[in-house]
Ligand binder design. Sequence first.
Ligand code: GLU
Length: 414
Amino acid sequence: MEILANRVVTMAESETLAMTQIARELKETGKDVISLSIGEPDFNTPEIVKTAGKKAIDDNFSHYPPVPGYPDLRKAISMKFKRDNNLDYAPEQIVVSTGAKQSIYQVVMSLVNPGDEVIVPTPYWVSYKEIVKVAEGVPVYVKATIENDFKVTPQQIKEAITPRTKLIMFSSPSNPTGMLYSKEELKAIAEVVKDYPYIIIVADEIYEHINFEGGHESIAKFDFIKNQVVTVNGVAKGFSMTGWRIGFIGAPLYIAKACNKLQGQVTSATCSIAQKATVAAMELDPKVSEDIITMRETFRRRRNLVYDLLRDIPGFEVRMPQGAFYFFPNVAELYGKQVPADSQFAKTYNRRTIQGSEDICMYFLYDANVALVQGIAFGDDNCIRFSYATSDDKLIEAMRRVKEAVLRLEAGSL
Ligand code: GLU
C-alpha cells in the first residue's frame, strides 16, 4: 500500500532543480560540469541591500512579522508598482511571501476548486502545472510555437476558455523562452479576458528587470482588466536575491486577503531579515540603479554572444530572446541520430539513439559535461533550455563542448 499521498506521488519533481542537483552530484565526482540548468543570476546581492539585511539583524528584527509583510515593505512595494509599472496597488493589496513560487501557489490555492480549468500557455515554467494539479485543477495547455516566437494569440486564449476556466497563467518576459509580449499583444489578450469577469490572470513578472527592449509592460495596467489580474513579482532575478526568498503579489483586495489567510496557516510570514533587505531593494529605481543596469547590460552582452555561438551549432534553430536569461532552441533535427559507441550517455542509459529532449540533455551532460534542462519539462519536447546566467568564459566553453558533441552524433538511427 502506498503510504504517501497521491498529490505527492503523482507530482513531477521540479526538473530545473532536479537537473541542477544531478549536475552538482556529477561535479562532486570530479567532473568539470558547466551548469546552465538553473535560472539564477551569478551576481552578488547589491551592497545597499546586504547592509539593510545586516542592520535588520542588529536592530533585532527577529520576531514574527505581520503575516502579509511589514507595513514599510508593503508601502515600498506599492511605491515600486507605481514607479515602475504605473500600477495602483494599495499596501493592503500586497502580500509578501517566501519567493514568487509561494506567491503563485497561494493564488492558485485561493482561487482554484477541484475540476476548475487553468489555461497554461506552453512552453510554461515547470511549476505552473504542478501547482495547478496540487489544487486539483485541470491545466489546459495552449501551445505557442517557435514560428510565433513562442507567444500565444488572443484567439487561442479565446478558444481555450470554457465555463470552467478560472485562471490564466501568464508570464512575460517568459521563462523558458525569453520572449516578451508587446503592449499591443497584452492589450489584445486583456480584451478577450475582460468578457469573462470570473477569470483571473496570474501575471508572473519576475523577469521584469531583465528586458532588452526597453520598458516592461504589465497586463494589469489596462484599467478595464485590472480587477482580473494578480501581478506576481519578487527580488530573486532582478536583484540577484534568489536565496533571500522574497516574492510578492499585488492583487484585488479579496484575493490578497485570501492569500493572507492561507499564508497565516502555512508559514506565518516571510523571514523578517529578508523583508527588511527587500525594502532597500524596492528603493532602487531601475531607471538609474547601477546594480540593475549593470546586471541587465551584462546579460544583454552574454545573450548576443550565446546567440552567435548557438546559431553555429548544426541542427539548432534559435530565436533571439528579448528578456530573461534563457535560450530555448529547437533541436528536434537531432532526434533519431545515433550517439557514438564510446558515449558515456549510451553506457549510462544503455541507449544509442537520441529520442527526445531528455536524451539530448543527458547526452550533453554525460558526454559534454554541460547541464541544460530538457524542453519536455516546459511542455515542448522539441526544445532544450540554456540559462546564460554565468561567465563569458564558461558560456564559450559550454557552447564549444555542445557543438563538438553534436558533431559527434552520427546520421540515422539504429
Ligand atoms: N525559476 C528558476 C528556473 O527556472 C529557478 C528554479 C525553479 O524554481 O524552477 O530555473
